[in-house]
Every structure is written in structure tokens, then in C-alpha cells.
Design a protein around this ligand. Structure first.
Ligand SMILES: Cc1cc2nc3c(=O)[nH]c(=O)nc-3n(C[C@H](O)[C@H](O)[C@H](O)COP(=O)(O)O)c2cc1C
Ligand code: SF4
Length: 449
């Protein structure tokens, strides 16, 4: 795998965060090309051809989402960039915005033109305040050089771009909660339908896209949708930013070609270089805290024995029985010393804290799961607690307004499915659990329910 880069290619150029150097390195060419030589519909067509799928987690086709945008006469349309990035294990958008902010601004201008938006927003996680300033500086520079404001490059197209800080709540990353928050209200998810493409910001047609999705529009317009689609495998086209963390020799943010093998990503010299301190791989959560955990023997191979690839399809191979998801690209690796029960409790604490409380199954269920996992982890649980957790899980899943409920339920279900022995061990050997000496779970004793 050649390791082609489309987004981070120029990231090492000194001064690339400034307009001057970014422009000298070929920056803003997609804006020139789109505004001077393409109609908005032609840009949407290229994005459709590229096969680009949303990089915020769900992997929905970007071209299709754009083509759903309602276009009633006399009503403004908005593009909102989702830079909330609060999913544990995910820090790729932060890296992109911090190192090469003009790539996002360029993508915002080209995408706004395609969608017919004259006012666009970047909603950024409240804790990323220093990046908000970096983006504001980049916007001011783009203004000065005629890439924002009235009559951009003499094309007759006008665009204003505003960066808005969030209040630091994970739920504000959910697109409709984000819109509520942007409107100045409490960030509670809305019932869907109507979807934002029909009724979004201030009731107007709106597209919400992730930072990386919008940045990918730049190489798509520059080199054409077909070129983008020629990279990757099947319906997973182009490149993907992965934030790798946990017990790795070289954690960090990597741009990979879709289709890279998981084995090469974890052990390859160009990527994470294996498990730190010569330890063994125990488990991996490949797509942020919301996706199912994979035990070591399902990380690099599927249940059918095929190589596991970094694609939407391959990571999901085996469904919830033996697969996971690419999700937000937050790749979390656990070595043999890590405790799955403790980690599951840690994630559960996060979801219980972040539930907005609108629906009872999520509000109550996430709190119950946290309590039960807390007592299991601390040696006060009993064997019935494990089935109780599975039962609470079923009652949350699919019964809530937004996917946060599912996101809280899936990791617990997968942890019990693959590591039931470890949960039972916490009940049978509470003193051992307190000492934090876990070791590897034998493959043969782990049930694939
Ligand atoms: C609880 C929750 C949190 C989310 N957080 C984010 C986030 O931080 N960034 C993001 O891009 N998408 C997030 N999403 C997904 C968004 O709702 C939405 O699908 C996404 O921004 C669409 O952009 P895309 O099509 O480019 O992926 C979250 C979803 C949920 C349910
Ligand atoms: S699922 Fe949870 S976070 Fe989502 S709307 Fe319901 S209570 Fe709020």
C-alpha cells in the first residue's frame, strides 16, 4: 500500500498554517476551479462520483446528503461544519484544524458554493478554544485575499463564515443538538424527521458535515471525483484520518488509504509500530468509544479468517457478533495488562454523564449501567449483574430519540459478549480485581454468543 495522502500531504511544510504558505503550496485552487469553471451542481456531481462518505461516524454518502438539500425560493441555506469532536479516542479533526486550518476554510468555501449557502458556520468544541482562534485568523486572512466576503474572485458569489464555540457537551456533536446549540438553546437532539436538509438551522435547509468530510472536498474538486474513487476499496473510497491511541509504540494521527490492513496499521513501520513495551495485544476499539470492542483474535482477522481491513465494510464484518465499526476513526488499543471491565465502566460513566436526559431509557439506563459496572469493577458485584447489564442494554437500544443511547449500549454488550470470563472473574476473585492483575483471556474460553 503506497500510503497516498490527500489531506495531510503538506502538513510538514513550515508555516503551512498561514495563508501565504498555504497558497504557495497550491491552496485555494479548488475555490478558483469551482467558482470560475464549475456550476454548483457540477461540484455536487463530483462529490457524488467520489463515493465520499461522512467522516463524522455514520459513513453516510456525502453526495447523496447534499442532493437531499431542499431548495425553496427565497429561503437561505446553510452549511454547518461539525467540529465538536468529543468522542473519546478521537482527535483527528483537532489535528487537521490546528496544523492546516486553511484546508478546512477552503473546503467550507467550495462546499458552501456547491450548496448555495451564503452564510456558513464552524461549530467547534468549547475546549478547543485555541483552535477557534487559529480558525478565526485563517478566516480573516481568507477575507483579506478575497476568498470570503462579497463577490468572491469576481464570481458574484458571496459567503460569510463564522466560528461558533460549543459549551463542552458531547451531545452537541449530534447534528440536531448542534443546531439547537448554535441557535442559542440547550443542546437537546430533535426528533427526526424532519431532517436538517429540509428543516435545519433556524428552520432552513441545512447540511451538517464533519471537518474531515469538508476538507476532503478540496482534493475531490482539484483532481476529480473519479480520481478520489480510485483510491480505496469498494464503497470505502479515498483516504481516512485515524487517531490512534492507547498502548501503541507510536500513537498519533495518520492518514491512511482505505483498505490498509489493520495488521499493517498496528504493526507497520509507517504507522503505529506495534504494542508498546513488548506487550501483547489484548483488544481494540477501532472507531471511537461508541463502537463494539474486538478481542485480539478478531482485530487483524475476521471470524471467517480473512484479513481485517481499514474500511467501513471489513471492520463491520461479522456484524455485532464478531465485528465492529470504523466510526469516527478513534482507534484505541489495549495491551494484555488492561482491564476490559474497568474500561467498560469508564466509557459507561462518560455516557451517563453526557446523556441529555430527554428520553427515559437513555437517562435512566446509562445511569444504571454505570452503577452496576462500578460495583462489578470494585469487587462488589454478583453474577446476576452481568445478565442485568445485558438486559438494561436491550431496553436502551433502539428506544431513544438520538443514537447516544445505542452508543452507550453497544460497547457494554460487546464487552460482555467477548470478555464474559473477565466480568465473572471480577465477581469470583474480587481481591484479584482490586489488585489489577488481569492477564489475557484465553481464546477458547471466550464465548461468541
Ligand atoms: C452523540 C453523538 C455525538 C456526535 N458527535 C459528533 C462529532 O463530534 N463530530 C461529528 O462530525 N459528528 C458527530 N456525530 C455525528 C453527527 O450527528 C452527524 O452525523 C455528522 O456530523 C454528519 O457529518 P458527516 O456526514 O460528514 O459524517 C455525533 C452523533 C452522535 C449521536
Ligand atoms: S438518547 Fe440520550 S442523549 Fe439522545 S436524546 Fe435521548 S436522552 Fe438525550
Amino acid at each position: 500500500m503506497s500510503g497516498k495522502k490527500l489531506l495531510l500531504e503538506n502538513i510538514e511544510i513550515p508555516g503551512i498554517e498561514t495563508f501565504e504558505i498555504y497558497r504557495k503550496s497550491g491552496g485555494y485552487a479548488s475555490v478558483e476551479k469551482a467558482l470560475k469553471t464549475m456550476s454548483p451542481d457540477a461540484v455536487v456531481e463530483e462529490v457524488k462520483k467520489s463515493g465520499l462518505r461522512g467522516r463524522g461516524g455514520a459513513g453516510f454518502s456525502t453526495g447523496l446528503k447534499w442532493s437531499f438539500l431542499a431548495k425553496p425560493e427565497g429561503v437561505p441555506r446553510y452549511l454547518v461544519c461539525n467540529a465538536d469532536e468529543s468522542e473519546p479516542g478521537t482527535f483527528k479533526d483537532r489535528y487537521l484544524m490546528e496544523k492546516i486550518p486553511h484546508l478546512l476554510i477552503e473546503g467550507m468555501i467550495t462546499a458552501s458554493y456547491a450548496l448555495g449557502a451564503n452564510q456558513s458556520f464552524i461549530y467547534i468544541r468549547g475546549e478547543y478554544m485555541w483552535i477557534l482562534r487559529i480558525l478565526q485568523q485563517a478566516i480573516a486572512e481568507a477575507h483579506q485575499h478575497g476568498f470570503l466576503g462579497k463577490n468572491i474572485l469576481g464570481s458574484g458569489y458571496d459567503l460569510e463564515l463564522v466560528v461558533a464555540p460549543g459549551g463542552g457537551a458531547y451531545i452537541c456533536g449530534e447534528e440536531t443538538a448542534l443546531l439547537e446549540s448554535l441557535e442559542g438553546k440547550r443542546g437537546n437532539p430533535r426528533m427526526k424527521p424532519p431532517f436538517p436538509a429540509v428543516k435545519g438551522l433556524w428552520g432552513c435547509p441545512t447540511v451538517v458535515n464533519n471537518v474531515e468530510t469538508i476538507a476532503a472536498v478540496v482534493p475531490i474538486v482539484n483532481h476529480g471525483g473519479e480520481h478520489y474513487a480510485s483510491i480505496g476499496i469498494g464503497k470505502s473510497t479515498g483516504t481516512k484520518l485515524i487517531s490512534a491511541c492507547g498502548n501503541l509504540v507510536r500513537p498519533g494521527v495518520y492518514e491512511i488509504e482505505m483498505g490498509l490492513s489493520v495488521e499493517e496499521f498496528i504493526y507497520g513501520d509507517n504507522y503505529c509500530r506495534g504494542i508498546a513495551n513488548g506487550k501483547k495485544l489484548k483488544a481494540c476499539v477501532p472507531g471511537g468509544s461508541s463502537v463494539p470492542i474486538l478481542p485480539h483474535y478478531l482485530v487483524c482477522k475476521t471470524e471467517a479468517g480473512q484479513d481485517r481491513l481499514m474500511t467501513y465494510e471489513s471492520l463491520a464484518d461479522g456484524g455485532f457478533k464478531s465485528g465492529s465499526m470504523l466510526g469516527s476513526g478513534g482507534f484505541i488499543v489495549f495491551d494484555e495488562d488492561q482491564c476490559v471491565v474497568r474500561n467498560t465502566w469508564n466509557f459507561a460513566r462518560f455516557y451517563a454523564h453526557e446523556s441529555c436526559g430527554q428520553c427515559s431509557p437513555c437517562r435512566e439506563g446509562t445511569g444504571w449501567m454505570e452503577k452496576v459496572l462500578n460495583r462489578l469493577e470494585h469487587g462488589h458485584g454478583n453474577l446476576r449483574d452481568i445478565d442485568l447489564l445485558a438486559d438494561i442494554n436491550k431496553k436502551i437500544e433502539g428506544n431513544t430519540i438520538c443514537p447516544l443511547g445505542d452508543a452507550a449500549a453497544w460497547p457494554v454488550a460487546a464487552a460482555i459478549r467477548h470478555f464474559r470470563d473477565e466480568f465473572e472473574w471480577h465477581v469470583k476473585e474480587p481481591q484479584g480485581a482490586q489488585k489489577r492483575n488481569y492477564g489475557m483471556i484465553e481464546e477458547k474460553s471466550t464465548t461468541l454468543a
